[in-house]
Design a protein around this ligand. Structure first.
Ligand code: JD8
Length: 376
């Protein structure tokens, strides 16, 4: 029985949260994976008109949400699990001035046992509510923003955030789906999708997708992702560890001492002598950022095969983007007559194995092999 993620939402428009009963989240709720409870802030008022707002001290436009209904509502939410100090929700308050909500935050929140959301309206909530939640209720309070545009209240943010994190809760979507998810958290946009029929209103599906050539398809999709990202989200290309600030060049004799150190650090130690030999028989590409050597790959053509040594990276890089970049650089050096690329490294880590697969390599005969396609 997996742990249940409890989510409490306080709002003056509980009906706005009705979509949480539907689809994926509704199923997760009925499967007992997520326990969503929506509370009406007006149930915690004390006057006949169920008032929740008043004019701002210091003047200004609009109304401000009063602190007392919020304090009572949050006390009620926190009190649901008795008084154990460990049983406290993390409080998220949507607001245009919050930290931007990201996939990384979704992963972080999906791992929490208990979340509470406070949905503001009008101009926002009296500042003392945040202090009260932190100091008197002992909650970790995070103001979170859906993005750089203005909406009228926190409810739409809660819908987006809860949907984003619910799909990361184990059991909510199948294992296969979460693997696909993982493989795409590499900072590039998705490739275009096609389904039947092949001919539709004068438009055809790109030929490569019907070729059955898995390496060619993987290549085409990767190039589509790069082109799309460059077009729509150029900021993402520069954010990755293999971004524009990484400079890739061929190694020369002067680079060898540093390369020797890198290979030791990467867990593939060798000798100066064999590196020097390698310079004449093969090409080694080095990746540097701000002068610092980050990674290397050795490439050697023999007959119709381009042999690649497994990309070596400094251990403190997170992600395998640079390994992918080095594999791509190596591939670009393939001249005509090369029919396949082979990475001489059957025992790859899980992360590296994924990188090989995404780059179009398949494990076969104890090597990672990629056939050069006619589509390039
Ligand atoms: C909560 C009140 C409206 C905010 C005056 C009218 C998130 N990305 C986002 N944009 N806007 C919000 C958001 C807006 C909210 C509330 C979230 C509560 N408003 C107010 C201040 C300026 N308007 C948001 N997450």
């Amino acid at each position: 029985m997996p742990a249940v993620l409890q989510i409490d939402v306080v709002s003056i428009f509980p009906a706005y949260l009705a979509p949480l009963d539907l689809s994926l989240i509704g199923k997760a709720r009925s499967d007992g994976l997520i326990d969503v409870r929506v509370h009406d802030l007006r149930d915690f008022t004390h006057d006949r008109h169920r008032t929740v707002d008043d004019t701002p001290y210091g003047g200004g436009a609009g109304m401000v949400m009063q602190p007392e209904p919020w304090a009572r509502a949050l006390e009620h939410v926190v009190g649901q699990r008795g008084s154990a100090a460990s049983a406290r929700p993390r409080l998220l308050v949507p607001g245009p001035g919050g930290v931007p909500f990201t996939q990384a935050m979704a992963r972080e929140l999906a791992a929490e046992p208990w979340l509470a959301f406070a949905c503001g309206r009008y101009e926002g909530i009296d500042e003392r509510v945040y202090e009260f939640a932190q100091e008197d209720l002992g909650l970790e309070v995070t103001v979170v923003s859906l993005g750089d545009y203005v909406v009228n209240g926190g409810e739409v943010a809660v819908l987006a955030i809860v949907e984003a994190l619910a799909r990361l809760v184990p059991g909510v979507i199948g294992n296969a789906a979460s693997l696909v998810e993982e493989s795409h958290q590499d900072g590039l946009l998705e490739y275009p999708l096609y389904t039947k029929p092949r001919h539709w209103r004068g438009r055809v599906v790109p030929e490569v997708l019907l070729s059955g050539d898995h390496a060619a398809i993987a290549d085409w999709r990767h190039r589509q992702r790069l082109a799309r990202t460059a077009d729509r989200r150029p900021d993402l290309l520069h954010a990755s560890s293999a971004g524009a600030d990484v400079d890739v060049r061929v190694a020369t004799a002067g680079d060898l001492p540093e390369l020797l150190t890198l290979l030791y650090a990467a867990g593939t130690p060798t000798t100066m002598e064999s590196l020097r030999e390698g310079l004449s028989s093969s090409t080694t590409w080095l990746a540097r950022r701000a002068g610092r050597l980050l990674g290397a790959i050795r490439v050697e053509a023999r007959g119709d095969t381009l042999w690649l040594a497994a990309p070596a990276l400094v251990p403190d890089l997170d992600g395998d983007d640079l390994a992918r970049r080095l594999l791509d650089v190596a591939q670009q050096t393939a001249v005509s007559g090369i029919r396949q690329l082979v990475v001489d490294s059957p025992r790859a880590s899980a992360v590296r194995a994924r990188t090989y697969r995404q780059a179009g390599y398949r494990l076969g005969g104890g090597h990672w092999v990629k056939r050069c396609s006619r589509h390039e």
